[in-house]
Design a protein around this ligand. Structure first.
Ligand code: ZN
Length: 572
């Protein structure tokens, strides 16, 4: 029996057959080596994800037998003639001998669930995964190969930061690799980062964080400054779990945390959505249930509509998406410090069509409603929405938004963080997004917080949904100065389906089961799905310039002199 103090020193690519045992460097428990390798180098006792050699990472992530190494051009070694306690070339030589690699990054072509990808994998054992000219060359080569071949780029990061022994040339690799990432953005190619422990400094602050999707292994730490430097500078102890994957997710900096065993599934789904194509006749044959004649809609008192629109048992955005989508990948966070739970979004496949979805999320029970802030989004929520809108434009994915909010979150913090600006930016971005956009007001369409997600080519309203510049309560308080005037305000605001259809604010109304969507949520969801598919199929093949022009015209006309707005008595 042989003991190794750190499983990181094991190369998982070659399972040994001598029955050696390993000691986990997290919990110290002994693990049978072959079992450890079978578990993808994850400790069965404490879940610690051990570091991996680049080749092992490629074997674990890509389809069996598919990884083929990409040759990276050689760069001049030791450009500064650097010597500290030892000459830099000696350190390079030892690292190469210990890892079997020329530097800290190796690149592979391969497939993941059959989808071609380019992978650049970092090896922390090579001088702490530090980013020098060779690593910069490798990441750039990987990105350029992905660009040339028109395939997604996958980055598995592990690094202490820029390599000191290469001075300012190491620093420049941050800009060099970021430029290569920008080229992939311009080409509309998906980029994904897998953050592994640890990812710091120049790698975190360049290509690692620039990917469309960032997923981390549990416990993986990522940050710009290391915890020791921060603790010494601020002279305070750091919060537990500081800079871990779970901390990063909570603060909206990454999309997801997944254990190693689930990574292939997660990445495969993301690739399937980003690279999938719907057939030319997608949506044909789906019946369109949408009502476009306001007079054919059932009458109902305005106050009753308001109650129905707010009913807790109406299907929520996540209820609908759960029923409709294959392979939904929720994307979280604004990358700027927040993940607002009142707005959810992600990519998925609707009946064969890859698309990006965004929506307000309320909840059914009190606990969920509180956790989701009753669907009232903070500026972080709208910044997340903006990030995803831009991702849709990049990947040329149609956008579906499901709107259900009393309004944007009113609060001191929301004002400090620029609530007005982010809502305005959503209106401008969605209004000019060069992909089809379909919006449905599924429940409450409350004011600017709703419209921020509803500047669309086609705007639908569920039969018992409402859409209004202010809540009837707010309107009654301000204009009637009386809480007893809520019914009058609800009528006067013309916030119901028939009136909104006459005003041209919505293009169609989606019928609900008798008594309202809450009476039969499954059927309500099925009807809405057909409506959404019909609407998307009408716009999805339109030229992007024509889409944006028509969308602007649609909103340009609303309230303009010649709309022929029907000013009849509001429906009662
Ligand atoms: Zn352990």
């Amino acid at each position: 029996m042989r003991l190794t103090t750190d499983p990181r020193t094991v190369s998982g690519g070659t399972a040994e057959t001598d029955g050696a045992w390993l000691a986990c460097s997290g919990c110290r428990s002994l693990v049978y080596r072959r079992r450890y390798l079978r578990l993808l180098n994850v400790c069965p006792d404490c879940g610690r994800h051990g570091g991996l050699a680049a080749a092992t990472r490629a074997d674990q992530l890509l389809d069996a037998g598919s990884p083929a190494e990409i040759e990276v051009p050689e760069v001049p070694l030791d450009p500064l003639g650097f010597v500290d306690q030892r000459p830099y070339p000696h350190r390079l030589r030892d690292a190469a001998r210990d890892t079997g690699s020329r530097d800290a990054v190796r690149c592979y072509r391969g497939t993941l669930h059959g989808q071609p990808v380019v992978l650049a994998a970092m090896d922390f054992r090579f001088l702490g995964g530090s980013l020098g000219t060779a690593a910069g060359e490798a990441v750039t080569t990987a990105a350029e190969t992905a660009l040339d071949e028109g395939v997604p780029l996958l980055l598995a990061t592990a690094s202490g930061g820029a390599r000191m022994q290469e001075g300012a040339l190491a620093l420049m690799q941050m800009a060099r690799t970021s430029g290569a990432m920008a080229d992939l953005d311009a080409a509309g190619l998906l980029t994904v980062t897998l953050v592994t422990d640890p990812t710091y400094g120049g790698v975190a602050a360049s290509f690692a964080m620039l990917s469309d999707i960032v997923v981390a292994e549990p416990g993986a730490r990522m940050g710009f400054a290391g915890p020791r430097v921060i603790a010494q500078t601020v002279r305070e102890s750091l919060p537990p779990g500081f800079q871990t994957a779970e901390f990063l997710l909570r603060h909206g900096l990454i999309d997801e945390v997944r254990p190693r065993a689930e990574l292939r599934g997660f990445l495969g789904t993301a690739l399937a959505v980003a690279c999938g194509r719907a057939p030319a006749d997608w949506g044909a044959g789906t019946p369109d249930p949408v009502v476009r004649d306001p007079d054919s809609l059932p009458a109902r008192p305005a106050a009753a509509r308001v109650d129905l629109a707010r009913h807790r048992d109406r299907p929520t955005t996540l209820d609908h998406l759960g029923r409709w989508l294959d392979g939904f990948v929720e994307l979280r966070g604004d990358r700027l410090g927040a993940d607002c739970p009142a707005i959810v979004g992600g990519i998925g496949i609707l009946d064969g069509l890859p698309l990006l979805v965004l929506g307000h999320q309320k909840g059914h029970g009190t606990r969920e409603l509180v956790d989701r802030n009753f669907g009232m989004a903070t500026p972080g929520g709208y910044r997340k929405a903006l990030r995803l809108m831009r991702l849709a434009a990049k990947l040329r994915l149609p956008v579906l938004t499901l709107v259900d909010t009393p309004g944007a979150h009113p609060g001191v913090d929301a004002e400090e963080q620029g609530q007005s600006y982010v809502i305005a930016e959503c209106l401008r971005t969605l209004g000019t997004l060069p992909v089809p956009v379909v919006s449905v007001i599924t429940g409450e369409g409350g004011s600017g917080g709703a419209l921020a997600l509803a500047v669309a080519d086609e705007v639908l309203l569920c039969e018992n949904g409402i859409y209004s510049v202010i809540s009837p309560e707010g309107c009654a308080a301000i204009l009637w100065k009386s809480p007893n005037a809520v019914d009058a305000a609800a009528r006067a605001l013309r916030l119901n389906a028939a009136d909104l259809l006459r005003l041209g604010v919505v293009d169609g109304v989606v019928p609900e089961p008798d008594g309202g969507a809450h009476q039969d949520p499954r059927r309500a969801s099925a009807i809405l799905r057909d409506a959404v598919i019909s609407a998307l199929s009408r716009h999805r093949t339109t030229d992007p310039h024509d889409l944006v022009r028509a969308r602007k015209r649609r909103f340009r006309q609303l309230g303009a002199a010649d709309t022929g707005t029907d000013r009849r008595e509001p429906a009662r």
